[in-house]
Design a protein around this ligand. Sequence first.
Ligand code: NDP
Ligand code: MG
Length: 392
Amino acid sequence: MQSITLLGATGSIGESTLDVIARHPDKYSVFALTGHQQLEKLALQCQRFQPQFTVVNDAKSAAQLQIMLAANNTKTEVLYGTEALCQVASAAQVDGVMAAIVGAAGLVPTMAAVKAGKKILLANKESLVMAGGLFMDAVKASGSELLPIDSEHNAIFQCLPANYEQAETNGISKLLLSASGGPFRGWSAEQMAVVTPDQACAHPNWSMGRKISVDSASLMNKGLELIEACWLFAVTPSQIEVVVHPQSVIHSLVQYVDGSVLAQLGNPDMRTPIAYGLAWPDRMDAGVAELDLFDIARLDFERADLVNFPCLQLASDAAAAGGDAPAILNAANEIAVQAFLDGRIGFTQIAEVVDNTLSGLELGEPDSLDAVQESDKKARSHSAAYITGIES
Ligand code: NDP
Ligand code: MG
């Protein structure tokens, strides 16, 4: 029986994880569930899964949740704040942690789980983007098992040899990172300038939270994933090629020096990588329908359009620049995406905000989590000020 803490239980990945866990009550129990604004959903999850602890962000939410839990007779203890998130991520009773908080808020609790040597199911790509070097060093030092949940990285992980150390010594020439192209594939910048948040969030293949949906539409998500892949698999941006594949059936590929290319295929359903991460190195039922190749009939591939989707190039440049450039990119993007969702800026201005923030700040080499958070803060205030300046 494995005891699991779920950071970000009320989100899209959180719900899919609970769906998989519920199919295997003999294998997994829930130690803690955390949420932020969706308190009613969190209360229902606690009632159903009976975790020992639940964590929210502040005292007021904790008091509200406490009343909801008492009303449905749930004994789960309510905690709040970042320190409590770290406690439930690192507690001695916990075997595995699903890191599924969205954005920079996931960094500190995920790192707490890493430092405690837990098995990490990593959905929160932003923590690797912000602090990849520190993160991977901590994984090595604590002996954590790090299992990528992001579907592309999970696919690559599945296609790598079990003894994988680095591309060169394992006969790998390239990682091919799949991208659906998002809802605006083939669109011009002029067309995208006037899209609404709901259009940007209407992903053709995947159902996800709003932040990652906007990132998928701008291809910033692919940029963040490129940085994520560099850290996870010890490669440089030049060893990764983005392949736009609109059907989202091939989740990514690994090209070997002998001409072989291995790919992982499946229906676009996050329960597959989640079940893989939970059961690794075994396999178990994820509740996902079998892939029907005859129904799919054809698979298409094209190059990414870096001119109309500048976010991918910005991320690739930030990866090459290193230091705190990726953390700055990530922070500026979070602020810009929120401003777009709030109707304050246009979709194509997201890239403009990120570009202006990266070129307006001096880059540093953060050597601690505090230093990373300092870069994050600096980038947030720069981009917020820039948005106020351009707001229409
Ligand atoms: P959602 O927006 O659906 O869920 C985010 C979760 O984080 C919710 O539980 C939310 O709580 C919680 N949360 C939000 N802000 C904070 C905060 N400041 N402090 C603490 N908790 C917070 O996101 P997704 O599930 O889509 O994505 C989660 C992560 O997984 C992201 O990093 C994303 O990039 C990654 N990912 C997601 C994929 C997907 O298919 N959805 C695919 C690959 C990666 P509440 O809702 O209660 O406010
Ligand atoms: Mg992905």
